[in-house]
Design a protein around this ligand. Structure first.
Ligand SMILES: CC(C)(COP(=O)(O)OP(=O)(O)OC[C@H]1O[C@@H](n2cnc3c(N)ncnc32)[C@H](O)[C@@H]1OP(=O)(O)O)[C@@H](O)C(=O)NCCC(=O)NCCS
Length: 375
């Protein structure tokens, strides 16, 4: 059937549904989670509060936050089959693949995996929030009992310890801010994958598994690792102009630039850039920040493009001495809050997501019997 409505490659600019979770105002460069400006959240809140806000719709009271942390602590232990599975993972495996399969495995161990009621979905979201750092801890430190302990009051502090061995509170706050920036971004590719999956009434674990698979790609979450690899390949700030110009001359993309929705300043990038600058001063290490600024200037002059969140986040993570291959898994640990909020929103008022495609193949033609087909 011919479709009268024109299709848009990549669904660009298409309103594919409604959400009360996140508001991207691309004209004025604003981002709000459930009405709260991202600038206010990163100054006053913690990732635990933001995750609660996304999942419950309101910021927690002091008492609710305490009990929320208690729920995370209670949920953090990994079921034995998942621990056993982690012991069998090949050492060459990509951490994103390990996380994807672990989340799928967690679904097989949860008796309420197939209960898509609001309350059960929130309980499963709590388990995932607490267990993703636990999976990383077990994977990266399989023989160290110190990393077998679950949530200890701050997901950012736990992650920093797992990824770097550090207990530094200021560094943990930097990671906490970055988790808040990454937590939610409306109908991005991974969240949309989660919502499409959830709309079939498949379970929350399946929907998050689909989201992790989508996040891995370098056009999406994988960009933060690609940016750090680019910085390391460039080596020194003074090498940046030549490196970037030669890439652009060969029509290659510079990772950490461009965004499907935000074509001007991304408010998250401004926050990440300020944090990267402050952290560079604190660590007395300006190598990555100077390189990033140089690349930003060249890109603005040559292409008019702005850096996205992944660009300056890579500077922050390099300064925190976080291993590059764990950058995108950190994104998972944070975005799982947004994914679960969207899955719950979808299943609370579900309608199957099933768009149409404009057919562009051959016109109708007669069937050709096997003996008459040319090679
Ligand atoms: C994010 C991204 C996929 C958005 O893509 P999009 O909305 O589909 O934008 P388009 O692919 O239509 O790009 C428009 C033009 O800008 C160019 N462009 C887009 N991103 C670019 C980049 N990072 N570096 C150089 N040029 C870029 C494209 O080549 C295209 O040029 P053309 O019109 O001459 O062909 C894209 O900007 C990108 O690949 N960025 C790098 C990866 C990244 O940082 N991802 C994280 C996103 S938060």
């Amino acid at each position: 059937m011919n479709m009268s409505v024109a299709s848009k490659p990549g669904l660009e600019g298409i309103m594919a549904g409604e959400t009360a979770i996140c508001d991207i105002d691309e004209i004025h460069g604003r981002l709000r989670y459930r009405g709260y400006a991202i600038e206010d959240l990163v100054v006053h809140a913690s990732f635990e509060e933001v995750a609660y806000l996304l999942l419950h719709g309101e910021l927690p009271s002091a008492m609710a936050l305490q009990s929320w942390k208690g729920e995370l602590e209670h949920a953090a232990g990994l079921p034995v089959p998942v621990r056993r599975y982690l012991e069998t993972v090949p050492s060459s495996a990509h951490l994103m693949d390990i996380l994807r399969t672990s989340v799928s495995f967690l679904g097989m161990t949860d008796p309420e995996a197939n209960d898509s009621s609001h309350a059960a979905n929130v309980r499963k979201a709590v388990k995932l929030l607490a267990r993703i750092p636990a999976i990383l801890g077990r994977t990266l430190h399989p023989h160290d009992p110190a990393f077998a302990v679950g949530f200890r009051g701050s997901l950012a502090a736990d992650l920093l310890h797992i990824l770097t061995g550090s207990h530094d509170l200021e560094d943990a706050r930097e990671l906490d801010i970055s988790l808040m920036l990454y937590a939610e971004h409306e109908f991005n590719a991974s969240t949309f994958a989660a919502r499409v999956t959830a709309s079939t009434l498949a379970d929350l674990y399946g929907a998050v598994t689909a989201a992790i698979a989508a996040l891995k790609g370098p056009l999406h979450g994988g960009a933060n690792e690609a940016v750090a690899n680019m910085f390391q390949a460039i080596g020194r700030p003074e090498n940046a102009p030549e490196w970037v110009l030669s890439r652009l001359a060969h029509k290659q993309r510079i990772m950490g630039f461009g965004h499907r929705v935000l074509k001007h300043e991304d408010p998250r990038t401004l926050i990440a850039k300020n944090r990267a600058q402050a952290l560079s001063a604190q660590k007395q290490n300006f190598r990555w920040y100077e390189m990033a600024e140089s690349i930003e200037q060249i890109m603005r002059k040559e292409t008019g493009m702005f850096p996205n969140l992944d660009f300056y986040t890579a500077v922050v993570y390099l300064l925190l001495r976080i291993p590059v291959e764990t950058f995108t898994p950190i994104f998972v640990a944070s975005r799982v809050a947004g994914w679960c909020a969207h899955i719950i929103e979808q299943q609370d008022r579900n309608r199957l997501i099933r768009p149409r495609a404009a057919y562009v193949g051959p016109p109708p033609r007669p069937y050709v019997p096997l003996e008459f087909r040319t090679p």
